[in-house]
Design a protein around this ligand. Structure first.
Ligand code: NDP
Length: 313
């Protein structure tokens, strides 16, 4: 292990609503938090458009704009916000050590993990080959490129429903590939999808292959019941099949469920290691909302503060 380059009181990893809220609270408590923003500064909200359900914005707010507000508020409170990615950890003894950008090691007695979750992929070769050439996991980021064209989307949860509706406003037809005979999305979202005339649903269907050489030109789908294959001409292919927690570097140290979500003690942000706390989507596979992530970031800050003041261990 390289030499430790710095010691900080509280280290926050991740910059979504959980991370910035933890930064606001720990900074106000005088704990001089250092926050590393990670691969996607601002987190998943930077790839959404309008957020209508975050309290305090009566007219709604653009996701990226909201995260700039979060960052500004954390900075104003005195948090030290830095670019950088946590690449390794050593939680074997206090003070804990965290490696940043594969080089510097930082020491700290309290860590708040807010690394969030990332989009899942189907895992078929053509998806990887055409990624960025018509294949995307973010309709809101890339939908614009397919204005006036036909696209496909795979998935049937709230994300897929929301993205299909978003795409239907830009594209001529949205072909929605659903692997079962039912959608997982909430009733209201299903109704909106079914009421959108240019969304065409293919039930009981799986993606066999995405077609094209250097650009996406079609998709071949397979009916799970009949085995029948159908080719649809499209220019864009969107994957909206859920997310996975960004918890790889903590494997072997922290208790996790089978999907990799960090386990926290009920009603707290405490992990199985004293002084290591987790907040936001990396430990929440149920609610996954900006406001619940922010709330759990607040809990982690208060838990860390109590831990550092010796009230708990
Ligand atoms: P979900 O896990 O809810 O849904 C994933 C969807 O993808 C399911 O329909 C699933 O099918 C399908 N799927 C998974 N793997 C594959 C595969 N390999 N091939 C084909 N289809 C696949 O994820 P979401 O991202 O949609 O939602 C996550 C959470 O966030 C949910 O709790 C949701 O309610 C919430 N959310 C809320 C929003 C809102 O309130 N505005 C907006 C967006 C999300 P199957 O059903 O067969 O398992």
């Amino acid at each position: 292990m390289s030499a430790v380059s710095e010691k900080v009181e509280v280290l926050i990893i991740g910059s979504g609503p959980a991370g910035y809220t933890a930064a606001i609270y720990t900074a106000r408590a005088g704990l001089k938090p250092v926050l590393y923003q990670g691969i996607q500064p601002g987190g998943q909200l930077t790839i959404t458009t309008e957020v209508e359900n975050y309290p305090g914005y009566p007219e709604g707010v653009q996701g990226p704009e909201m995260m700039v507000d979060f960052e500004k508020q954390a900075t104003r409170m005195g948090a030290d916000i830095r670019y950088g990615i946590a690449t390794k950890v050593d939680f074997s003894k206090q003070p804990y050590q965290v490696q940043i950008d594969e080089e510097n090691w930082i020491e700290t007695n309290a860590i708040i993990i807010c690394t969030g979750a990332s989009a899942k992929w189907l895992g078929i070769p053509s998806e990887e080959r055409l990624n960025g050439m018509g294949v995307s996991a973010c309709a809101v980021c890339d939908g614009f490129f397919f204005k006036g064209k036909e696209v496909a989307i795979v998935g049937a949860g709230d994300t897929a429903a929301e993205e299909a509706i978003y795409l239907s406003k830009l594209c001529t037809t949205v072909h929605m590939i659903v692997r079962r005979d039912a959608m997982r999305a909430s009733k209201v979202m299903q109704e909106r999808v079914l009421a959108t005339p240019n969304i065409k649903i293919y039930w009981n269907s799986e993606t066999d292959e995405i077609l094209g050489e250097n650009k996406t030109e079609g998709v071949r789908i397979k009916n799970n019941i009949t085995g029948e294959k159908t080719t649809i001409a499209i220019s864009g292919f969107f994957v909206a099949i859920g997310h996975q927690p960004n918890s790889d570097i903590f494997k072997g140290w922290l208790d996790m469920d089978e999907a990799g979500y960090i386990k926290t003690m009920a009603g707290t942000s405490k992990t199985n290691i004293a002084g290591v706390f987790a907040a936001g989507d990396v430990q929440d596979k149920i609610y996954r909302q900006a406001v619940t992530a922010a709330g759990s970031g607040c809990m982690a800050a208060l838990d860390a503060e109590r831990y550092l003041s010796g009230l708990e261990n």
